[in-house]
Write a protein that binds this ligand. Structure first.
Ligand code: ATP
Ligand code: MG
Length: 137
């Protein structure tokens, strides 16, 4: 079994897509191990995306991620990291495969509805960033 961090980003929460996205997560066989609605501060978004701090899109990305509440979810499944990224689709919704969440629910390369950890080390960092051990079931 493997765990990954999923985020339903502020654009998707604002558009009331949380229920549909969680239904897709559960239908795909993931177990939800922790979950919380949270409005990140700019500083919390900057810490989460620290690996991107030199990128030109960093100020806009962190402003967007702190623009409203998001849903933080710890997912568990065999091969959870890869499987969740496949369900999300490519970063840019315009390039994402049909049937993926970003294709269906994303509006731009920035406002792309969901996040997923990209490797075991980043999943460990991201899960620890948002959840204490006691909050993961
Ligand atoms: P995420 O980390 O959110 O799961 P990802 O791994 O597919 O997405 P990254 O390259 O890690 O993509 O970029 C992190 C986030 O930054 C993207 O999900 C998107 O919201 C935003 N982003 C990435 N590239 C761009 C870009 N060229 N312009 C604007 N925003 C971008
Ligand atoms: Mg990433």
């Amino acid at each position: 079994m493997e765990r990954t961090l999923a985020i339903i980003k502020p654009d998707a929460v604002e558009r009331r897509l949380v229920g549909q996205i969680l239904a897709r997560i559960e239908a795909a066989g993931f177990t939800i191990r922790a979950m919380r609605l949270q409005h990140l501060t700019k500083q919390e978004a900057e810490g989460f995306y620290a690996v991107h701090r030199e990128r030109p899109f960093f100020p806009s990305l962190t402003a967007f991620m702190s623009s409203g509440p998001c849903v933080l979810v710890a997912l568990e499944a065999p091969d959870a990291i890869r499987t969740w990224r496949a369900l999300m689709g490519a970063t840019d919704p315009a390039r994402a495969d049909a049937g993926t969440l970003r294709k269906e629910f994303g509006s731009s390369i920035e406002r792309n509805a969901t996040h997923g950890s990209d490797a075991p080390e980043t999943a460990a960092f991201e899960l620890r960033y948002f959840f204490r051990g006691m909050e993961i079931f």
